[in-house]
Design a protein around this ligand. Structure first.
Ligand SMILES: O=C1O[C@H](COP(=O)(O)O)[C@@H](O)[C@H](O)[C@H]1O
Length: 262
């Protein structure tokens, strides 16, 4: 689809797929490539996952023989403050869709500390310390550099647990922040902040939501100046941003499509 938009060189790449299966298979290939490059370079692969509709898009990894699960270090871009076996848990959703079906060491999956779910701030600080341990020792950077962060986008433009108009959109220091008033239940959550998101090497939005996601995808890609939370995800160079969407979700945006290639 031709675009009337001029796109800067590090503009997001929009990959559109005919259906969820095609998206899932291509996303698995994309993740496998990112994994290989990270492991070849530094012997590990750091990834942050979301909940919602994302876990179902990860099933292409289950049968992929090139995934080296023991080299993965898994974190959550956001998590609800519920027990890890609660239906609202993003960790439970990722476990049911993926981790229960692959040989990933449980110690490589970094969940929130369920003992702290009634003490939001301590839980967020504890999770941040896990990130500091995993990254600061190795990358010695002010912010962790994830190899890949997989994000979803809600109908209101939220991503992770960063919601429109929320004070957390302006958080510039904390790596992990707690939120008590999420407009989308459950209300208590933690989330990675923009400094962490925007230092990632690769970020991929996955919106396999059909026409229900078309308006919000259009708003974010065609009108980024509106400053919706997902539109504020802009990885600093050399980070790269990708969108994996189905035809329904791409049906109204004028944003130029890219041919999916690894
Ligand atoms: O509440 C959340 O919503 C977003 C978007 O979910 P989706 O089902 O619209 O894709 C999700 O990415 C996030 O992890 C979750 O906590």
């Amino acid at each position: 689809m031709a675009s009337s938009h001029h796109q800067p060189p590090n503009a997001p790449a929009l990959y559109v797929f005919p259906d969820k299966n095609a998206l899932t298979q291509s996303l698995a290939q994309f993740i496998a490539k990112a994994q290989k490059e990270s492991i070849d370079r530094k012997g590990r692969f750091t990834i942050a996952l979301s909940g919602g509709s994302l876990p179902a898009a990860l099933t292409g990894l289950i049968a992929n023989p090139s995934i080296k699960w023991n080299h993965w270090q898994v974190f959550y871009a956001d998590e609800r403050l519920v027990p890890l076996d609660h239906p609202d848990s993003n960790h439970l959703a990722c476990t049911q869709a993926l981790f229960a079906h692959v040989p990933i060491p449980t110690e490589n999956i970094h969940t929130i500390d369920p003992a702290l779910i009634t003490d939001r701030e301590s839980l967020a600080d504890a999770y941040e310390k896990v990130l500091i341990h995993e990254f600061a020792q190795k990358d010695a950077a002010r912010f962790p550099v994830f190899d890949l962060i997989l994000l979803g986008v809600g109908p209101d433009g939220h991503t992770a647990s960063l919601f429109p108009g929320h004070a957390l959109l302006s958080e510039e220091d904390r790596w992990v922040a707690d939120i008590a008033d999420s407009p989308k239940p459950p209300s208590a959550r933690i989330t990675l902040t923009y400094p962490v998101l925007n230092h990632a090497a690769r970020i991929a939005f996955v919106a396999a939501g059909g026409v229900g996601k078309a308006d919000i995808v259009q708003a974010i890609l065609d009108r980024p100046e509106e400053g919706l939370p997902a539109a504020r995800v802009k990885p600093s160079f050399p980070g790269q941003l990708y969108w994996f969407v189905d035809e329904g979700a791409a049906s109204t945006t004028k944003y130029q499509r890219a041919a999916f290639k690894l």
